[in-house]
Design a protein around this ligand. Structure first.
Ligand code: ADP
Ligand code: MG
Length: 257
């Protein structure tokens, strides 16, 4: 692989004496779309929260675009990252959460301009230009002055996607972005994510239970089971040709009928 955009090396994570991730090794190429599937509690959220710098690995290394996330180099030695380093590397990552996490007291536009102004240092005008462009892209160009409580779940999640994109991250993380939505609102959000994916450039990790979507959008599917990467490969291979009993059992829950 050319220089990976995301690299996990022997990454472990424990909460107390519970080993949640048991040695993750993973390289993701620039522009690659990876769907992360697996049973509840298998460690999917923890895996991507470490990349978002919301959760610190117990051991191992994570790199984004060649730069260690949780470590920094001082006099040629790697030492634990300080807050300044984390602030800098965090700019490269965007995340969309299951429960939107919009700021309820801010308009749609303000939700999308706060971070670019305060974190990236853009002027209000620049931030608003970017925000309007992204809100138009997710089909919400007419909702700039509305508050989140006035939006449907699907619209809220599209705002959350626009808000992440405004930061122009190198990597976008989606943690079950449609799981909290009423069924009739799932499609509009998947459509927006699909569009971003089809543009090609963005490196994406998508935790999802939408198997048809994963098959369409992902270059690679990773099956996480009990804190380990149990299976990985192109969608058809993982979804149809795997011999893993545990994977087959997991997938059988998603078959129609
Ligand atoms: P998934 O997203 O695949 O459902 P998670 O990464 O959320 O899995 O959780 C994996 C395991 O780690 C679960 O057993 C969960 O209870 C545990 N866990 C996650 N976050 C914490 C935390 N902050 N403190 C303690 N245990 C946690
Ligand atoms: Mg989860």
């Amino acid at each position: 692989m050319i220089k990976p955009m995301v690299r996990y090396r022997d990454v472990r994570k424990s909460f107390g004496n519970v080993d949640v991730l048991k040695g993750i090794n993973l390289d993701i190429a620039p522009g690659e779309k990876v769907a992360l599937i697996g049973p509840s509690g298998s460690g999917k959220t923890t895996l991507i929260r470490m990349l978002m710098t919301l959760e610190k690995p117990t051991s191992g290394m994570i790199e984004v675009d060649g730069i260690p996330l949780w470590h920094m180099e001082v006099n040629g030695r790697l030492v634990p990252a300080n807050e300044k380093h984390l602030r800098k590397v965090r700019k490269n990552i965007g995340m969309v959460f299951q429960h939107f996490n919009l700021f309820p007291h801010m308009t749609v536009l303000k939700n999308c301009t706060t971070a670019p102004i305060h974190v990236l240092g853009l002027s209000k005008k620049e931030a608003e230009e970017r925000a309007v462009e992204m809100l138009e892209k997710v089909g919400l160009g007419d909702k700039l002055d509305i508050y989140p409580s006035q939006l449907s779940g699907g619209q809220k999640q599209r705002v959350a996607i626009a808000r992440a994109l405004v930061m122009r991250p190198k990597v976008m993380l989606f943690d079950e972005a449609t799981s909290a939505l009423d069924p009739e609102l799932v499609g509009e959000v998947l459509e927006v994510i699909r569009e971003i994916a089809n543009e090609g450039k963005m490196t994406m990790i998508l935790v999802t239970h939408e198997m048809d979507f994963a098959r369409d959008v992902a270059d690679r599917i990773i099956f996480l089971d009990n804190g380990r990467i149990a299976e990985e490969g192109p969608p058809e291979q993982v979804l149809e040709r795997s011999n893993s009993k545990r994977l087959k059992k997991f997938l059988s829950r998603f078959r129609a009928g």
